[in-house]
Design a protein around this ligand. Structure first.
Ligand code: UT7
Length: 322
């Protein structure tokens, strides 16, 4: 029997209706459109409405991905949701999405690897599908970072936005080379105080706010990202020139362009959404995938390279034959 692979059947995204521009932010804190664009590439971000929760965003993205796949929710037996902004400490936000889709079988759970969450969730779902334990997975990244920002801290509040993206992955043993080819995951907890939330159920009993030593995160980002991509190339035998689309985590345009340049990936192969979405943490990669798939850039058979780096530090890459 030929090898089981996890094949992408569909992708979808959801962005809250309200957009917050750099000019809007300049009215709240001492910043400017010029500074934000020059340092990050961000022009605007979406912000969830009052009462709009991470599960609402994730559910909308999941429905869009199922529609794109042409697959009914009854086919799904695994939901892995990457989020650092769950509706509640428990139950997992994934079960709220599961219930919203009317699914009563299989398993649904959350994963937490901050901005690397989607790559960690994709790797987890891929393992379960290839083991034969599950057949069809929704891998979702959904975040409402606006709820954990300190809106008086200009060093962080200008960077993040809300949104969700989802991918339908199906186990297939006759898909040729299509599917997830490899995933590489890394963590190093020595860096955990460089990007964190200053609250939590077992420490303060509060939700807390995001705190970041931006310059320190920036200093490590490109090296970590390129190392884990080189690992993915080494194990698959592909190289930068084979990649059709580079879909990085969208934190900062300078990090994205610097990583692509170091790896030798041509600028026209980079999918960039950070200008319109800001950093949506675990949602940024599936949102970018949905944009580039909807506008016809990513097509069946393309070699798609994903990477992310974030709090922990955590970082990871994935190579997918679309
Ligand atoms: O997704 C998870 C991973 N997160 C990231 O990848 C974020 C990584 N870090 C970054 O993207 C960048 O470090 C930032 C965009 C956060 C900051 O850019 P930077 O070029 O590293 O700026 P900096 O922190 O070195 O700050 C430079 C100056 C400082 O002023 P002084 O000390 O030079 O007078 C800051 O106080 O810019 C000031 N500054 C601002 N000025 C206007 C910081 N934030 C702002 C702001 N508007 N919003």
């Amino acid at each position: 029997m030929s090898k089981i692979r996890s094949v992408v059947r569909g992708v979808g995204g959801y962005l809250p209706a309200h957009t917050l521009t750099n000019a809007d932010l300049a009215k709240k804190v001492d910043t400017s459109d010029e500074w934000i664009v020059q340092r990050t590439g961000i022009r605007e971000r979406h912000i969830a409405a009052d009462g709009e929760k991470t599960s609402d965003l994730g559910l909308a993205a999941a429905r869009a991905a199922l529609k794109n796949a042409g697959i009914g929710a009854d086919a799904i037996d695994l939901i892995v949701l990457a989020t650092s902004t769950p509706d509640q400490t428990f139950p997992a936000t994934a079960v709220t999405i599961q219930d919203g889709l009317g699914i009563t079988r299989g398993a649904a759970f959350d994963m937490q690897a901050v901005c690397s969450g989607f790559v960690f969730a994709l790797a987890t779902a891929d393992q379960f599908l290839r083991s034969g334990d599950f057949k069809c997975a929704l891998v979702i990244g959904a975040e409402t970072f606006s709820r954990i920002l300190d809106w008086s801290d200009r060093g962080t509040c200008v960077l993040f936005g809300d949104g969700a993206g989802a991918v339908v992955l199906e186990a297939s043993s006759d898909s040729g080379e299509r599917g997830v080819l490899t995933t590489k995951l890394r963590s190093d907890g020595r860096h955990r105080a460089k990007l964190y939330v200053d609250g939590g159920p077992s420490s303060t009993g509060t939700v807390g706010h995001l705190r970041m030593e931006g310059r320190e995160v920036f200093r490590h980002a490109i090296g970590m990202i390129t190392d884990v991509i080189e690992d993915a190339f080494a194990v698959t035998g592909y190289n930068a020139s084979d990649v059709d689309w580079f879909v990085p985590h969208q934190a900062n345009k300078r990090i994205i362009d610097g990583s692509a340049h170091k790896l030798g990936i041509a600028a026209e192969k980079i999918v960039t959404t950070v200008d319109r979405h800001g950093n949506t943490s675990a949602a940024s990669i599936p949102l970018a995938l949905s944009v580039a798939s909807e506008d016809g850039r990513i097509k069946k058979g393309d070699l798609v390279l994903l990477e992310a780096m974030g709090g922990g530090f955590t970082w990871g890459s994935a190579l997918i034959r679309w």
